[in-house]
Design a protein around this ligand. Sequence first.
Ligand SMILES: [Zn+2]
Ligand SMILES: [Zn+2]
Length: 228
Amino acid sequence: MFTLRSSCGPWEANCFLVGAADSDECVLVDVGMDASAAAERLIAESGRTLVAVLATHGHLDHVADAHAVADAHGVPVWIHGADRHLLSDPAAGLGPQMGSLVEALYGSATLPEPAQVREWSDGERLDLAGLSWGVIHAPGHTPGSVLLHAGDEVSSQLFTGDVLFAGSIGRTDLPGGSMERMLQTLRETVVTLPYELQVLPGHGGATSIGRECATNPYIRLALKELSS
Ligand SMILES: [Zn+2]
Ligand SMILES: [Zn+2]
């Protein structure tokens, strides 16, 4: 696998460029705030053709520039249906008080929806940029959060958005968030994944499923709930 990363915007969300080592195509995972220029730089650096923009979830720091980059390259934006409305109505995912911030930043409280939007469903498999992509619905941070499991015969990586970070998890107090559902996602989905699987979160550095299962306090909490 071939992966490049740039952290973008005021909340330092990771934008990834991903493809198979021997492919001349690539996808972008999470093109958020102030991410257009960085995304174009990654595409130029890779020398590859962009075939899709993927969104781990609908929060502004992960999708704000998705429409600009996807439309410029004539490719679709993939997102879970439960978060799709956040592409055009970012304040709906951040709380009403954020409407004025969005307006101050973008000149309007609503953003244009990308020309091509595709919704994925739980368990879907896609072939993109020479890799097989598994889509795992993982609600809790937002209703439409997904884990994206990309790989070939040699290696694989898991893009976790704001579900799972190294040593932490995404907040659950924003609109549509639920700690109960987050703990269920950790317990029923995250801990069942291969321990050696490399995790690339939406913020901060890489980790692995095994390391998080051993040290992440929220996974410990989720499992404790099960045994009590
Ligand atoms: Zn988020
Ligand atoms: Zn985020």
